[in-house]
Design a protein around this ligand. Structure first.
Ligand code: IPD
Ligand code: CA
Ligand code: CA
Length: 267
């Protein structure tokens, strides 16, 4: 069942990506709505979500859905299958034609991710994982890096852009990583940061203020590529926790130590 669910997720992501590509570079300020400070949504996000839902609901009408643009039809404590969907992860990038941005689709069973698909739209880069069966980029197996030292690590993060209450402590953590790693990148799409940990581009990623649809697919892909994923307390199953460290596993403890000032901040 899980491989057929993965194939349905790929079909849904490809359908949404065609639509997103068609509208790329075609977004003006009047077409952008604000859900909150700097929290943007366009008609393309809504249309892409509709495209994803059409494919998934046709194949699995009995499954529950949690999708960013206003679909949440289940109590998370109820067991069963639930799809978690971000139709465009990196909407701000998309509105400016600035790569990367992605379609992110996960399937959870009883609260555990079992399928993850992230399709980076501009490069047409497809990342997939099924629990227990490895991680793939365009059909080829991928693995996290083997680097065991933070000093030699290239890292990714996301900056706060809607809640600015904790900038001081953010900056403190940022300074630690800037001085103790090889560098830090902020690309504006958490799902893409995650799959780039999975394929060894980055050794690690951390961010707070995350939503489940940003990370449900990408975090499974990291784990299936041999990496580790926890919250800032070191606990696994971090999809709903708002904060995440994803790494090659070998630099996880060092990263965990550095984010401690942020450990109680999830927004
Ligand atoms: C956002 C992107 C961004 C991350 C934010 C997300 P959206 O998703 O993933 O990189 O920093 O936390 O909310 O709003 O573009 O789907
Ligand atoms: Ca997102
Ligand atoms: Ca989104």
């Amino acid at each position: 069942m899980l491989t057929s669910a993965r194939d349905v997720a790929i079909k849904a992501a490809e359908k949404a990506a065609r639509l997103i590509r068609y509208h790329a570079g075609d977004i003006d300020e009047d077409g952008i709505e604000r859900k909150g400070v700097n929290d943007l949504v366009t008609e393309v996000d809504t249309a892409a979500q509709k495209a994803v839902l059409q494919v998934i609901q046709q194949a699995f009408p009995e499954h529950a859905i949690l999708a960013e643009e206003g679909v949440d039809d289940v109590d998370p404590t109820v067991p069963g299958y639930r799809w978690i969907i971000d139709p465009i992860d990196g909407t701000t990038n998309f509105t400016r034609g600035c790569p990367p941005y992605a379609v992110s689709i996960a399937l959870q069973k009883d609260g555990v991710s079992v399928v993850g698909v992230v399709l980076e739209v501009t490069a047409d880069d497809l990342f997939t994982a099924v629990k227990g069966a490895g991680a793939y980029q365009n059909g080829r197996p991928i693995h996290v890096t083997n680097n065991g030292v933070l000093e030699n690590s290239l890292l990714a993060t996301g900056f706060p852009y809607t809640v600015f209450d904790y900038l001081e402590v953010y900056t403190e953590v940022l300074q630690r990583f800037l001085t103790e790693s090889r560098g830090l990148r902020r690309h504006g799409a958490a799902s893409v940061d995650l799959v780039r940990v999975a394929n060894g581009t980055f050794d690690g990623f951390y961010e707070t203020g995350l939503s489940p649809w940003d990370v449900a697919a990408g975090s499974l892909i990291v784990e299936e590529a041999g990496g580790a994923v926890t919250d800032f307390h070191g606990k696994p199953n971090a999809v709903f926790g708002g904060q995440m460290i994803a790494s090659n596993g070998r630099v996880h403890e060092e990263m965990l130590a550095h984010v401690q000032p942020l450990k109680d901040i999830r927004r």
